[in-house]
Design a protein around this ligand. Sequence first.
Ligand code: GLU
Length: 441
Amino acid sequence: MSEMQHVIQRDPHEPEFHQAVKEVVDSIRPVLEKNPQYRRLGILERIVEPERVIMFRVPWVDDQGQVRVNRGYRVQMSSAIGPYKGGLRFHPSVKLSILKFLAFEQVFKNALTSLPMGGGKGGADFDPKGKSDNEVMRFCQSFMLELFRHVGPDTDVPAGDIGVGAREIGYLFGMYKKLRNEFTGVLTGKSLNWGGSLIRPEATGYGAAYFLEEMLATRSETIAGKTVAISGYGNVGTYVTEKINELGGKVVTIADERGYVHDPDGIRGEKLQFMSSLWTVHRRPAKDYADAFDCEWVPDRRPWEVPCDIAIPTAMENELDGSHAEALVKNGCRAVLEVANMPCTPEAVHLFQEHGVLFAPGKAANAGGVSVSGLEMSQNSMRLNWPKEEVDRRLKGIMKNIHKMCKETAEQYGSPGNYVVGANIAGFVKVVDSMIDQGVV
Ligand code: GLU
């Protein structure tokens, strides 16, 4: 039986997890051929099986006094190179398949950062949309009442993801501290006053722009003068836009599940200010932007039909499919950067690669966030804070190094320019060699 058939047969109802595993397994075939001992050591069987999965009830009381119950999870995928590390997602779509795919991706992403972090992911099917601040607090407290037994600064260090930002991290941290009677770096993405790192909110967006600069440079191009389409307008979308503006590019779209905004003049100045709090503070729909600045709102469509040089999906898995990819290629798009986790379907990725579009997979392009989380852990361990310039300089160094590693690994394995192959092989080899060093455990 092939590795994929084995994975599918074991968990037939986990399509997102299968998708993430298949991409890695397809990329690493040449490594397996060169290293026949990996088969005897059960490497593939081991990396697709989480070290531990925790699933738990999260009961909480809403503002009307009604008891509600959500399902909480933490998938501890791999501790081969460090404590489990990865975000928490609060979103109604959360289920085991989604968290296993995210945890699996995180293992290789974290390996690429060159920081000592294993991979994990967690969350709940809780929808923060429309909930009061008190409801969110009670939910976070109940979530941590179970999670605290399974995490710790040397065991597992969660952070934010979709639906979990500084506010949620604060409530989670407060409850952890009370339960353990310890002030430790158990979570990252903390606020600055109590252990957070400068540049952490900006890190995913800035890091992506640094990666993009490197990738474009391989074709002697720069961000200056380029038109960029993005989707999500949360933390990641905001800071990717800020950095692209700084580097002379122009971002012309934002989107949500109801449609997209087209602003051909570019999102900058007062408009960027507006965008930055639209979701993260006010949890408002994208259409508010079109209403506020009198620009085009296109309902029930995705932004990938807008002519652009660069497309940057920043929202959800599988948000950009084959038909969107066709439209982008037809309109002359030259680079696609996954700044969400697995936002492009396999068909879309295939189309980009077939047409010579530069394509950066999420585990490389969006690694800036978790990298600065790693730097936050280092600062917490040393009990000091680095200045902004220091963190930004390290982030830039890490992103440049990830780019170099992906590019060189792809060349070494006979797929020049294929960042998917480069990222998967470089991440895989590091994790697997660490597992082998540590024996069969
Ligand atoms: N959720 C982010 C990611 O997908 C950040 C994880 C972290 O900082 O631990 O990489």
